[in-house]
Design a protein around this ligand. Structure first.
Ligand code: UTP
Length: 295
């Protein structure tokens, strides 16, 4: 079985739910306090042993490449001001043992299309990860590491899933699988993109972490636009269900849907409240200004 060394980060979506903030920058550059969402995802991938970080960026959005690039002027200024610790931190976000590769998705034709942009970099039988950085996943063991460990047991592609309220199935890809336990994987029988609660085969929703097989690339390249006029990753995964088989993996951890404003606010609040320096101040501020009577 080949190791999972490459990860694709599709970051070329239009981010219309976050306009005007996302007019000139990707939503994946929105920070939780002081760290952009994309950095959380990149760190999660590095932790799982990924060495090739493939970032599919949008035509007009260069901020992500700039974020991970070295910045000698800033480095010199920080060191001159005695802030060497920050300078060291910034220069090692992507360690020398890994590399970042940037690709352009000229038009936002869908998540499946964004993943297919990386086809020339993936061997037909090579496993690779996909991380959607606007899904912030946090677990005691980082979620992609949990998935790589599960993949090493079976050698089968897998998609991360979580239970959602049945009324929410229309916002997700929903799998047909039997999966009672956290940390467990089970074969996917079928998968439906954004079904109504009546059409949904379960309430197990696919979230933004995948380990896929290189053979999906050909399927995606041949794909015609599906639901919503976009080339959907789900359509490619459905083809893998028939060939390699696909497992659903119920990860151990929590998820913030930072592609939505509410999820982004929740993630920011959770991080603010547990921040070692600012957490106590945030709590005191909330207690002083937002008592029961001001709700
Ligand atoms: P979303 O479905 O959240 O779409 O994409 P979006 O366009 O970014 O956001 P809204 O709905 O308009 O607010 C899920 C992931 O797929 C990427 C996005 O950047 C995000 O990480 N994506 C989506 C692409 O890279 N290219 C696309 O054409 C579509």
């Amino acid at each position: 079985m080949k190791p999972v060394r490459k990860a694709i980060f599709p970051v070329a979506g239009l981010g219309t739910r976050f306009l005007p903030a996302t007019k000139a920058q990707p939503k994946e550059m929105l920070p939780i306090i002081d760290k952009p969402l994309i950095q959380f995802a990149v760190e999660e991938a590095l932790d799982a042993g990924i060495t090739h970080l493939i970032l599919v960026i949008g035509r007009t959005k260069r901020a992500i490449a700039d974020h991970f690039d070295s910045n000698p002027e800033l480095d010199a200024i920080l060191r001159a001001k005695g802030k060497s610790e920050m300078a060291d931190y910034l220069s090692t976000i992507i360690p020398k043992s890994a590399c970042a590769i940037y690709l352009r998705q000229a038009e936002a034709l869908g998540l499946g299309h964004a993943v297919a942009c990386a086809a020339p970099l993936i061997e037909p039988d090579e496993p690779f990860a996909v991380l959607l950085a606007d899904d912030l996943l946090e677990g005691e063991t980082p979620v992609l590491s949990q998935m790589v460990a599960a993949y090493q047991q079976t050698g089968r592609p897998l998609v991360a899933v979580q239970s959602v309220d049945p009324s929410e199935t229309g916002s997700y890809g929903i799998v047909d699988a039997d999966l009672p336990l956290v940390g467990q994987s089970s074969r996917v029988r079928s998968m439906v993109e954004k079904p109504t609660p009546d059409e949904a085969p379960s309430n197990l929703a696919v979230v933004g972490r995948y380990i896929l097989d290189g053979s999906i690339m050909q399927v995606l390249k041949d794909q015609t636009p599906g639901r919503g006029g976009e080339i959907q990753l789900t359509d490619g995964i459905r083809a893998l269900i028939e060939t390699t088989g696909v497992d659903a993996f119920r990860y151990n951890g929590c998820r913030y849907d930072c592609g939505s404003k509410l999820g982004y606010i929740e993630a920011t609040l959770a991080h603010a409240l547990r921040h070692p320096e600012y957490g106590p101040h945030v709590r005191a501020f909330m207690a002083a200004n937002y008592t029961e009577s001001t709700k």
